[in-house]
Write a protein that binds this ligand. Structure first.
Ligand SMILES: Nc1ncnc2c1ncn2[C@@H]1O[C@H](COP(=O)(O)OP(=O)(O)OP(=O)(O)O)[C@@H](O)[C@H]1O
Length: 324
């Protein structure tokens, strides 16, 4: 019998993983709530694959703790294998097998019903079951890998860069199927460096940079609470019109300040607009990519991994610092 799913499908607490001199995962903590699509974003080398390997128990961590579906990924790896589906960055399939033989082979490791569900998935993807794996395109192989990862109806599906190298149509198909999965209560954890495409499917997003967790939040709250302020000031010497913890990033081009801010109230915006050094202030909704560029571009790592506001100019802000 499977244990009941805990509220957190995955829990990282101060996880550290070092490879010789490289700290690939550096004090990372996050919770993946059950039943959501959770996207871990970051550039090459950010530590995404290492985090996935750690949650699968295929690398041993050097510090902290990990729970996956309430279990220890190393001690409970066999039990977890039946509750998790994995689509690795480069699926390892036997080239000489046919698509159907691949499913038949994998079915040997799983409970009854696996092969029927695998065949149904392959049929829906429109892949010929008699084709050999070596004859498949990259997109078709990815679909076979997804069919294998889901035919045992796992509670948690983990995908490492699932759309890398796929054409736009297949990428869309793949990501949309993740939303369907989450709608049935399955938890989907995926890593990606494609912020834009993840924006359409993820409920929660986490951002890593050089092993550190820069930010983690539900997409809805991130987008609701973050704003871009474009402030035209009277002179190029006028400092940032806002400072404090609410400023994610501040950049000046000529007489215009571009501020990425959080939790800023209407009265704070009115205060900026009414400043004698401000000509005009407009408020926009930034894209997820713009928000993350703000966090990554301006962030300074601190002990808790959170970014510090760091205006590019050394000038003091015009308006008083904003408290939340
Ligand atoms: N087996 C290993 N031995 C030594 N260093 C490693 C090993 N695996 C990863 N690293 C290093 O750890 C860091 C994180 O790598 P990781 O593969 O986790 O990043 P990633 O975010 O998945 O990158 P990508 O998007 O390129 O797959 C990198 O600096 C990488 O060089």
């Amino acid at each position: 019998m499977n244990a009941p799913s805990p509220a957190s499908a995955i829990r990282f607490q101060s996880v550290i993983k070092r490879y010789r001199k490289t700290t690939a995962v550096d004090q990372v903590s996050f919770d993946v709530p059950s039943g959501v699509v959770f996207a871990l974003l970051g550039d090459n080398g950010a530590g995404k694959t290492t985090s996935i390997k750690a949650m699968l128990g295929t690398v041993r961590i050097d510090g902290g703790s990990i729970r996956v579906l309430g279990c220890d990924p190393v001690a409970d790896s066999v039990a977890l294998r039946h509750r998790i589906g994995i689509v690795p960055e480069q699926p390892s399939l036997y080239d000489w097998m046919t698509v159907d033989e691949t499913g038949w082979f994998a079915a040997g490791f799983h409970a009854e019903g696996f092969l029927a569900r695998y065949r149904e998935s392959i049929r829906r993807f429109g892949i010929a079951p008699g084709k050999r794996i070596r004859e498949l395109s990259k997109g078709m192989k990815a679909k076979v890998a997804l069919s294998l990862a889901t035919a045992h109806e796992p509670e948690l599906l983990i995908l490492d860069e699932p759309t890398s190298g796929l054409d736009p149509m297949v990428r869309r198909e793949f990501l949309e199927s993740m939303i369907e999965r989450a709608a049935t209560g399955q938890t989907v954890f995926l890593s990606s460096h494609q912020i834009n495409e993840v924006e359409r499917v993820a409920d929660h997003v986490a951002l890593m940079k050089q092993g550190r967790l820069v930010h983690c939040e539900s997409l809805e709250s991130l987008k609701r609470n973050t704003r871009e302020l474009l402030v035209n000031v009277t002179d190029t010497g006028v400092p940032s019109p806002l400072g404090g913890d609410n400023v994610i990033s501040a950049n000046r081009t000529g007489r215009q300040w571009r501020l990425l801010v959080r939790d800023v109230t209407d009265s704070q915006i009115a205060e900026i607009e009414n400043s004698e050094f401000v000509d005009r202030c407009s408020v926009n909704e930034p894209s997820l990519e713009e928000i993350f560029v703000g966090y990554i571009g301006e962030s300074m790592s601190t002990d808790d991994g959170m970014p510090q506001p760091r205006p590019q100019s050394d000038d003091q802000p015009l308006a008083p610092e904003v408290s939340s």
